[in-house]
Design a binder for this molecule. Sequence first.
Ligand code: DC
Length: 511
Amino acid sequence: MRVAIDGPAGSGKSTLAHALAERLNLTMLDTGAMYRSVTLACLEGSVDLEDDEAVTEVARRVRIEFQTVEDGTQHVLLDGRDVSEAIRTAEVDADVSRVSAIPAVRVAMVEEQRRLAATGDVVAEGRDIGTVVFPDAEVKVFLTADPAARAHRRALQRNVENPEEELAILEDLKRRDEADSTRETAPLVAAEDAYRMDTSGMTIEEEVQRITELVEAAKASVPDAKQDEIGFEDEGKQKADATESPKTAPKKATPKKASKDASDEDKPAGRMRVFAHHEPDEFYDTAERDFPITSRALLGVTIGVCGILSKTLWHWKLEGGEKLWKAEGGQVVVMNHESMLDPVIIVVSGWMHGRRMRPISKSELSKNKIAEWFFARVGAIPVERGTADIKAIRRAQRALQRGEDIVIFPEGTRIHSDEQEVTIHGGFALIAQLAKAPVLPIAIVGARDGAPGGNGPLRPGRVWMKVGEPLTFDQISEKNRKKRAKEMERLAMERVYALRDELRAAHPGKM
Ligand code: DC
């Protein structure tokens, strides 16, 4: 598990990283301390900081180590000497931005950071962790806080009581923010998929709690086989190791040994066992092709029966279907929601062309055990509506990254008439953003007449669907991540309703 924490000076990265390291038994990596140590070595050796080559030579030569002492605090050693305090002076503050802007210095530091973290579980904090050092970190966080709050925090850390001095800290923070954000190599920017957290009004407990939830969600959405691959250990094992290992960081995380069981070796990685009890969660986290053969048979039969019945009763047709069937990777399919037929028909039509489609279903549908059992096996992923259901979002993201399609009805509930008030649930844009997947708008008409819901009987008739052009984030010029997602939401739903109008115009009388 790698947790990347980035953010400007004084945003609370170190405090948060320390607390997380302790709570989750991770090795803490303070990358700022490394740039500070190089700066200190240069100042002490009277190296000209304008001479990039000389500074780089220092960065390559020095030995930087971290050591956790008895009281749990982490100390920084520069060539064996404890410099934990010496690297936090105003002199180092003043020059560290200059040193950290030298590209070759960064190359040397990033290499060292990856080496220090190579053994496994780490929480690393800095400016470029989520973007450069560990772009594939399982959890990425970008902290912000208003400058005055950050300066005050720093002043408290340094026991500064004089307002003049706090003002000087504030000025220095602003200067470093500017330098760190505008430098050419690895500037301070949030990774696209980072979780942004403004810590101005938060307590450290709240921060830790929130990030712990993200870590739990990330763990839950990585199948066991994958956890082995990236070096997860089970909790009990970690605790035992922690008490035995010397208090020197970084601790070595020993990856679990691969099973030597012969029957396991025959299995493709991640395939679920046939004769075993499976929790619904395992289905949500696994590719359909890795479901146990019994579940795949059930899915095949369900699709077959639904396909024959729905085709016979409603002769449904999907215009422009090749945009769904021939797509390269997973897509986020968004549709208007008229009746229970919508998910059935779209999943069946995708399946007939070899697509594996995972509908996002409201969690209420899986409240009773039988429904939960069934929906899990037909590939549905439940979402808690009206909440930021990070678990569901991550599951959908990973399904897309495996090449499965996600089917979402952003209206959240069936819309029985055009007069009904509609609230669009925007999670689909965030999912697409995280997975870097296109959004495919599709409209459906006729399903409302065919299966009106409630006690209304099924009525044979015709159902039409139409697929629009895929939408990608490249088409959106907005730079701010949240606004980009909002714009994608707006565009996609606008397309869905335009497609629906086209269908209604082509098939008068169909709602
Ligand atoms: O987090 P800090 O204030 O200790 O960092 C000191 C400086 O090091 C900061 O001004 C920017 C730089 N830095 C960096 O460029 N990249 C990192 N990953 C960490 C810190």
